[in-house]
Design a protein around this ligand. Sequence first.
Ligand SMILES: Nc1ncnc2c1ncn2[C@@H]1O[C@H](COP(=O)(O)OP(=O)(O)OP(=O)(O)O)[C@@H](O)[C@H]1O
Ligand SMILES: [Mg+2]
Length: 291
Amino acid sequence: MTPELMEEGARRVSAYAALAARDKTESGGRAAAGGRPVVPGEVDVAHGRILYLDDVSVSFDGFRAINKLSLDIAPGELRCIIGPNGAGKTTMMDIITGKTRPDAGSVFFGSTIDLLRYKEAEIAGMGIGRKFQKPTVFEQLTVFENLELALKTDKRVPASVFFQASSEDRDRLAQVLRTIHLADSVNRQAGNLSHGQKQWLEIGMLLMQDPKLLLLDEPVAGMTDEETERTAELFLSLKGKHSLMVVEHDMSFIQAISEKVTVLHEGSVLAEGTLQQVQGDERVIEVYLGR
Ligand SMILES: Nc1ncnc2c1ncn2[C@@H]1O[C@H](COP(=O)(O)OP(=O)(O)OP(=O)(O)O)[C@@H](O)[C@H]1O
Ligand SMILES: [Mg+2]
């Protein structure tokens, strides 16, 4: 979730609370301009890459968390990233999303957009959605309100509690509700959902913005086996329409969704291939899987 969305959510939570205390018949109707933050043109994937990291390094107090990391993702690909604790997986996502600036290297979205020139909110606005490990939905709002909120993140327009969703927005909302298996829970308060459902709702909030690339950090941590299986189905259904980068430690989940797997270790790519190939790699067994 972006800082802007957090802010807007907090505003909505208090606005909804105030309205709940009043006669609800007065609510609704006020339209606000939609739109999305700065988008510097379409993403050029003619070279077969939606994301491209080249020779990226970053150090924290002399410790090199990312070390000459090079990696690329094809449009529509579902890439799995595995590796031991501290390998630099989350830091890599921090760099892609503009949260952390690397000391060296380049990071491109498509072949023309140099992500290192943009701020975190601008990168989110370009269609790179990020899911952190902990679900960050607005617990006091309903499933519907959370998804509706995700439609409107443009900070250039005045704050408004309600806005009129276009028919296209409504169609997308209905579609996302089905995709995340929450169509039957549309009016439930998000705080009452299970951990897994909250995770799906947050993924749904990202999908409302129709991201080109989704970065998901340990999405099934804390889920039941059944929720994990449904999440695997969900990710497989997103593949092709979106490009996904999924960091996970849960090997049965990786097994269910993976095509190409990248193993990170000490800030660099240690191995890459199918899960079977990397599982058979001596170096991978030594640093990660053999533990
Ligand atoms: N902002 C920061 N300041 C200092 N050190 C950091 C910072 N961010 C990450 N690190 C360090 O960089 C290394 C890589 O951390 P990172 O969180 O990227 O690992 P990870 O692969 O995501 O691990 P895990 O599987 O445990 O989530 C760790 O040693 C971590 O302590
Ligand atoms: Mg991590």
